[in-house]
Design a protein around this ligand. Structure first.
Ligand code: ADP
Ligand code: MG
Length: 320
């Protein structure tokens, strides 16, 4: 197993195969190069030598178009598809609104006595700059521009999953199987265990995320991504405010305690977990059932659960 740190979370890769140490290390190095590349490309807080990343693009909002790596164009086009697929519930151009929540959370964490909610009027003003059309992607010129100086991009809802997908594919292209990526809870499994069996994972109990699980699943050849209330939050007057913002209310979405998505593409899983977290169970279920190869598990505030038609919980005690 190898540990590393990208996207602000502890992550690891491990293999079920009996690779030699050298093989394992060389495979991990390939994956880490990919993760590190996308980590830099998607960062909205820091710029890095030799790369035009989202931070640079945000700083340049309202100014000229910037030439970027082709990888970023491909990714942003994919974001557009996801935005449309989710009816705008996963909106990477929500940056101006997300920044206000981010600042409130930072202040509350550093200085709990000053913890306060952002004013709705401030959020509404920011929301006037969240139209996806403000992001101008020119495929042929390989350039990107944000046309409104007050708008900004934030791909936190999909970045980790997409980067993990790219890393997993780099290994798959080499014919590698039986590897597991866990990048801050973003799980992506390549193949099965060497004996052909699936891999058992647990969906955390949102009320007790460090110690217990609400459901177990046996999975292979898939991604498994959860968005939950317990991941990042701050507290004001005893109420918790987490980090997934419903674009329609501009407030933390409060339909569920968590939503888990299972599908092959870990970027799709990540985007859908955030999007479904921001829509009712009925809307989310209709969306999931309309996309082939996608399954979901919803956990409600009272601890009850729902699952889409293709999900079979694994019975840990009877090992079935
Ligand atoms: P995590 O990254 O913590 O596992 P998510 O995948 O659900 O959780 O992504 C949450 C992040 O996505 C937030 O920190 C924020 O940057 C961004 N975000 C929050 N709400 C939305 C939304 N409705 N649409 C797009 N991005 C969002
Ligand atoms: Mg997500």
């Amino acid at each position: 197993m190898t540990y590393f740190q990208y996207f602000d979370t502890v992550s690891y890769i491990y293999s079920y195969k009996y690779d030699t140490k050298t093989e394992f290390e060389s495979n991990c190095a390939i994956a880490e190069d990919v993760l590190s590349y996308y980590h830099k490309l998607f960062d909205i807080y820091y710029e890095y030598e030799g790369v035009t990343n989202l931070c640079t693009i945000n700083k340049n909002a309202g100014k000229e178009a910037l030439t970027v790596d082709r990888e970023l164009i491909v990714f942003l086009e994919y974001c557009k598809e996801l935005y449309e697929l989710t009816g705008g519930k996963m909106n990477p151009m929500l940056g101006s609104v997300l920044r206000i929540w981010h600042d409130a959370r930072t202040l509350a964490t550093e200085n709990p006595s000053q913890a306060a909610l952002p004013a709705l009027s401030v959020l509404e003003e920011a929301d006037r700059h969240t139209d996806f059309g403000l992001l101008e992607i020119d495929e042929s010129k390989c350039t990107v521009r944000i046309s409104d100086p007050a708008a900004s991009i934030d791909v936190g809802a999909v970045a980790k999953g997409y980067a993990v997908e790219m890393a997993a594919r780099a290994l798959e292209e080499k014919g590698i199987t039986s590897y597991v990526f866990n990048v801050g809870g973003n799980i992506r499994i390549i193949g099965t265990k060497p004996d052909g069996d699936g891999w058992v994972t647990g969906i955390k109990d949102p009320k007790n995320p460090d110690y217990s699980y609400s459901m177990y699943l046996k999975i292979s050849d898939t991604a498994c991504v959860t968005s939950g209330v317990y991941e990042r939050f701050f507290t004001v007057n005893g109420n918790r405010y987490h980090h997934i913002i419903d674009p329609d209310t501009l407030m933390p979405a409060d339909y569920f305690d968590s939503v888990t998505i299972l599908t092959e593409h870990s970027g799709l899983a990540d985007a859908l977990s955030t999007a479904l977290f921001c829509m009712s169970y009925a809307d989310g279920k209709a969306l999931i059932e309309a996309i082939p190869g996608v399954e979901a598990v919803w956990i409600f505030g009272d601890g009850s659960t729902e699952k889409s038609s293709g999900v079979t919980p694994f019975d840990y005690n009877n090992k079935k």
